[in-house]
Ligand binder design. Structure first.
Ligand code: F6P
Length: 473
């Protein structure tokens, strides 16, 4: 395997400052676990932002640097203005809502494009500084869509991959973006461009045709005298880490305690970052609708909704939080009693053990985003159910729905249909629950995060680069 240079907006670490010292802890997120093996094995580097370190003293900064070096991570520090205009601005106020079909959330005037371009140039400069001939470069996600093109100009013979972790929208939607052509050309600097689903691949090809007049073979494009490959690589989770936790006796005791406390009740569960793409309000309305139309469920349902704080400096997220708070209050005010409320809403982060406990305790898992690139929560829930029980209600607008057709698939915009699906899930006979869960678990195990990373890297490394073809160097 050649040396791998991984490039992502965030490094796979969290910097934790204590009084005088500081520690750099590995993250447990999807990308971090998925790429940890190839990162270790190839002896390569991971380049990205270590998060906000502006409050650290010089001595603490030096400690961070040396710990990052030990992990073979290369930091790219973002200034406060870059965080606000590149990360919160163009990435999360423009590209994020655009790719999730939420055009009305995009500011009318786009003021942050230049800084997005400049930060992408800074990433490309850093990669070029560390690049050695023969390295494979793998760039990740919408924050860095110009990086493949910038690298291609400076390293024409390099092997470059790009993976888009969020949906790629239809050509109609993508064409509304003033900078649509620059972004497409940026991506075309790669040799291999990966998406989670075949639909996103089709959408991307549609945009290439509409914006650049490129008539593609879906998975093969000729651009600027080079061949660019495109493919669907559905991301998975680290099943091997979930299985032991789901059988851990300490966690099973917690599960039993939770079930005892909710005696006589069925548990519905939602776990999401608090993001307006996740469909939490409609999900709450579906629970409310069920309680409204079926009085027999009143007092017999407990809906636990975990909402992990995210991008709190972006105004749309603060407004969304207020909307969710208000709905929870309204439902609990209407259907709660002095001893019991239907919605248990928890706005905080949970560690992996706590999450597995919740997955294991749930009767029904509600994963109902209005749009989502993949949604790994749906997969985590199945991996955490070696008892082969529990029903997954899954939005057709999550990338995961393309693979997980044994879930109850719902239209997350249709509140009444979601109320129906919740009821069907609650009343589903045991043998049907088991056969659906068995099928779901097989898929989740077969295509885990290590399979995902290895298939992308194998495909990328199997392609001939320009240098190998002797076309240009
Ligand atoms: O789904 C895209 C993604 O960038 C994930 O990789 C990440 O876990 C999540 O969104 C939150 O991203 P961030 O906190 O870096 O904005």
């Amino acid at each position: 395997m050649s040396r791998l240079l991984l490039v992502s907006n965030r490094l796979p670490v969290t910097v934790k400052a204590e009084k005088d010292s500081v520690s750099v802890v590995r993250s447990s997120g999807g990308l971090a676990t998925g790429l940890s093996r190839p990162h270790e094995r190839s002896g390569g580097l991971w380049l990205g932002w270590p998060g906000d370190v502006s409050r650290l003293t010089d001595a603490q900064r030096a400690q961070v640097e040396s710990q990052l070096t030990g992990l073979r991570c290369v930091p790219l520090y973002l200034s406060a203005s870059e965080v606000s205009r590149f990360y919160e601005g163009y990435s999360n106020r423009v590209l994020w809502p655009l790719c999730h079909y939420m055009l009305d959330r995009i500011p009318r005037q786009d003021r942050d494009w230049e800084i997005y371009r400049k930060v992408n140039e800074r990433f490309a400069d850093l990669v070029v500084r560390h690049y050695q001939p023969g390295d494979t470069i793998w760039v990740h996600d919408y924050q860095l869509m110009l990086v493949p093109g910038l690298l291609r100009q400076r390293l024409p013979g390099a092997r470059i991959g790009y993976f888009h972790h969020i949906p790629f929208p239809s050509a109609e939607i993508f064409s509304t973006l003033p900078r649509r052509q620059e972004l497409l050309k940026g991506l075309l600097g790669a040799d291999l461009i990966g998406f989670h689903t075949v639909s996103y691949v089709r959408h991307f090809s549609g945009s290439l045709l509409r914006q650049l007049g490129l008539d593609t073979d879906i998975d093969r494009i000729i651009w600027d005298g080079r061949e660019v490959r495109v493919g669907a690589f559905p991301m998975g989770i680290d099943v091997s880490a979930f299985e032991p936790l789901a059988r851990d006796s300490g966690i099973l005791e917690e599960v039993a305690t939770l079930r005892r406390k909710a005696e006589g009740q069925r548990l519905l569960l939602g776990i999401d970052r608090l993001d307006y793409t996740k469909g939490i309000p409609r999900r709450l309305l579906a629970v409310q609708r069920l309680l409204e139309r079926e009085p027999a469920w009143r007092g017999r349902l407990r809906f636990i909704q975990v909402a992990v704080p995210s991008r709190t400096q972006v105004d749309a997220y603060a407004a969304y939080r207020e909307k969710v708070d208000e709905l929870v209050g309204r439902i609990n005010g209407t259907y709660g009693s002095v001893t019991n409320v239907p919605v248990h809403y928890l706005y905080r982060s949970f560690n992996e053990r706590q999450l597995v406990g919740l997955y294991r305790a749930a009767d029904v898992m509600l994963v109902t985003p209005v749009r989502d690139g993949m949604n790994l929560v749906a997969k985590e829930f199945c991996a955490a159910r070696p008892d082969e029980d529990g029903v997954l209600v899954l939005s057709e607008f999550a990338g995961a729905a393309a693979e997980m057709d044994s879930a109850l698939i719902v239209n997350a915009y249709d509140v009444e249909a979601m109320a129906d699906a919740i009821e069907t899930a609650l009343e589903m006979p045991e043998d049907e629950r088991r056969s659906r869960m068995r099928a779901l678990r097989e898929g989740v195990k077969a295509r885990d995060v290590h399979w995902w990373a290895a298939s992308f890297i194998d495909r990328l490394q199997g392609l001939k680069t320009m240098a190998e073809k002797g076309l240009k160097s």
